[in-house]
Design a protein around this ligand. Structure first.
Ligand SMILES: [Zn+2]
Length: 422
């Protein structure tokens, strides 16, 4: 054996010995060693607190198990030096057509890669989403929380948006509701279908809406609606024990003498809805401000969906929506980030640039407030020990320029790097 061969043999033996030792150590430490370490990062916790530099986040079995000041020998699972970490973003107002499965999958996949790790789906058809959530590639999608869609019989009969959906008006996730419904049974069915909340929509009386909301809470579900549920006034909705109201623009209906009975005629959220009086009612009309005061007092969350108004309606409605959302923010009503069909960054930037939220405030809206809207705040929406490790890593500081959110360096879902899933 030449000296050279002997050297190689020794090197190999040494390498094998080191490898065996490493394996033994890993086995011995399998309880203690984190699956993922983000060392020396700036943490933006989602609660609105100031960013904390020099932190280390450890993740085990999909959860955040340590959050502490970084030690000099901490080393990251991947390169995060100088990075900023936020909780995964939560879009509180998403619509898909569940019949087009390929398109839904493509949208969900791209949302997750942009940092949206959770969505509240606001149309219907929980069983279709349950199939996606149960599919083997569900780790490539945001977590999906769905609503059962409830409205009066007229809506189910006449509205073209739901025409042709299977089970229309009959199934608990797409139900025509009247006073004679067995609400407890229907709620049980809605819950079993996978829905988290009831979306209370149109053509319902104030009494019935109140009853639905209270029964939903009794059944462990959330009550969600628009800021008006024709023919109800926004003030009646605000008093009806709803957890989250969507669309600041629809608060305009508090100022009118009479309200439409249902969505019919040209309308911001429905080409078949009634025209809204954005030029004759002031956004700070005392009647509108009184509704905001009720929402604030009751702890109701507002899902304002401002950017979609600019895109789809026009300048009067846009100006009205911005001003009323400012008023809501000024008195401390918690706002979510709900997109209703537009990219999430457009809504986030509109809330900062036009409504006047600070980047920290909008990040809180897009994380912990979004989690509270869905009712999952004990497990998601913040960077805290014990929470599910849904995180987004950015190279630039989003609190210095919120546009940094547009280019996440890495998205982590349940402790797994999303980039490694494809
Ligand atoms: Zn919507």
């Amino acid at each position: 054996m030449t000296l050279r061969t002997e050297f190689h043999r020794r090197t190999w033996l040494l390498a094998i010995a080191v490898l065996m030792l490493a394996c033994t150590r890993r086995d011995a430490a399998s309880d203690g060693a984190p699956d993922l370490v983000l060392a020396n990062v700036t943490v933006i916790d989602g609660l609105g607190g100031a960013p904390r530099a020099g932190q280390t986040i450890e993740v085990r079995a999909g959860r955040i198990t340590a959050l502490r000041a970084a030690a000099p020998d901490d080393s990251s699972t991947f390169d995060v030096a100088g990075a900023f970490v936020t909780p995964g973003l939560i879009d509180s107002h998403v619509h898909f057509d569940p019949r087009n499965t390929a398109a839904v999958r493509a949208s969900l996949d791209s949302m997750l890669r942009r940092g949206v790790t959770t969505i509240r789906e606001m149309a219907c058809c929980a069983p279709d989403y349950a199939k996606l959530t149960d599919s083997p590639d569900s780790a490539r999608f945001p977590r999906i929380y769905t609503s059962a869609f409830w409205a009066g019989p007229q809506f189910m009969r006449d509205d073209p948006r739901v025409a042709g959906l299977s089970g229309l008006g009959e199934v608990p996730w797409l139900l025509a509701v009247t006073d004679s419904n067995d609400l407890a049974g229907a709620l049980r069915g809605a819950r079993e279908s996978g829905a988290t909340g009831i979306k209370i929509y149109s053509d319902l009386s104030p009494d019935l809406v109140r009853k639905i909301a209270t029964s939903a809470h009794d059944a462990g579900m959330r009550a969600w609606s628009h800021t008006t549920v024709f023919p109800m006034r926004p003030s009646e909705v605000a008093a009806a024990d709803i957890d989250v109201v969507s669309h600041a623009a629809l608060l305009v209906w508090e100022g009118t003498a009479t309200l439409p009975s249902h969505y019919d005629g040209p309308h911001p959220f429905n080409p078949f809805g009634p025209p809204a009086p954005y030029t004759s009612i002031a956004p700070r009309d005392p009647r509108v401000l009184a509704v905001l005061a009720t929402l604030k007092r009751r702890g109701t969350i507002l899902d304002p969906t401002v950017a979609v108004i600019r895109r789809s309606i026009g300048t009067a409605a846009w100006a009205w929506t911005i001003e009323v959302t400012k008023a809501a923010h000024e008195i401390g009503i918690p706002l979510t980030v709900g997109t209703d069909g537009i990219p999430i960054f457009d809504e986030i930037e509109a809330l900062v640039d036009s409504v006047g939220l600070t980047p920290l405030e909008v990040l809180r809206s897009a994380t912990s407030v979004g989690a509270a809207a869905i009712g999952i705040e004990s497990t998601l929406g913040t960077i805290e020990v014990g929470k599910i490790a849904d995180l987004v890593v950015y190279r630039a500081d989003p609190t210095a320029d919120i546009r940094a959110l547009r280019t996440p360096a890495q998205v982590i879902r349940g402790g797994r790097l999303v980039g490694a899933l494809r």
